[in-house]
Design a protein around this ligand. Sequence first.
Ligand code: MG
Length: 405
Amino acid sequence: MTGTGATPASTAATTAVAGAGGPVALAPYAAHDATSRGRRHCEAAPEYRGEFQRDRDRIIHSNAFRRLVYKTQVFVNHEGDLYRTRITHSLEVSQIARTIARALGLHETLTEAICLAHDLGHTPFGHAGQDALNECMREYGGFEHNLQSLRVVDELEERYAGFPGLNLTFETREGILKHCSIQNARKLGDVGERFIKREQPGLEAQLANLADEIAYNNHDVDDGLRAAMIQTDDLLQVTLFAREYQAVTDKYPDATLRRRIHETIRRMIDRVVQDVIRTTSANLQAAAPRSIDDIRHHGSRMILMSDELRREHLELKNFLREHVYRHYRVLRMTTKARRVIHELFEVLMKDISLLPAEHHDAARRAEARDGTHGRARVVADYIAGMTDRYALLEHRRLFYPEARS
Ligand code: MG
């Protein structure tokens, strides 16, 4: 290491103290406001905020962010008030990632911006909605929520007179685009390049990606128990849960089940977070990167869990797939959601004059420019932007004569 002579390990040690609430010194391999690769459209530097702070603020003020309140994570919004929605999920991802970012000397605000934006392109009804829309768009370039998140911040938000979208920095956009086919990467310019060159994104982006996984694997245990799709006894076959649950029950035998479960999940998250900090610190120490470009050119991801914890996390993930995501009540809702998306797409694609005026105009313009593909993309944008309840309402308005149009 150069500069201050700090090593990643000593950075982590220093920030463990600073992490109590004070400012954290950025590590040399973190993203820095001053060396950002900049925005697509030229803008003066913000006067009182950093560049990534401005990104984070723009995301919070966007329409797409507010819509996350009414979008499904696993449970459709009207199923209960306590289940995670896309917005509470995004906040939990951000919380987990920020803790790790501070401990590693990464840019906390950039990390937060990426986490808050990572699901902006999600359709209504969670993955069922995305799969259905992708099927509808098969002949027109497909639909992928991750690409759509980038499209939302680059093109679809209409908040500034001088440019389309939110005009975010390269680093935030790089973090939003988690994965991408080579074919799509070629159309995306600068943020697509790393997929072609097989490079890594910055550590803040890598972190947001991993925190997403940590958040949903843990909160889906909580939501699955709340929905009574799984029972505590079933979860005892999952190492990560069983270990903490046993420790909690030994220490607090008289606590209510609810408190013991929440204490267990809290500890599960804590264990993973600590493991990621330790494992990543060791990776950073071994590779000794001196800049974000060293991170980008490194052959593999550096923000990782240890092998042992990754295995345990995978076990939990498989358990959730089997017992929660494939539960008949989730599958019933999934089937209904697919039908709604397919029918909406079909009817609007066939006759764009049924679209609300602004979308109708956009569809006509896109069709004049790009033919049927353009028309399909505008219909997909319209559907992807819907909340769960708006999609159900629009479906009723289009298919049921007694509903008001
Ligand atoms: Mg997510």
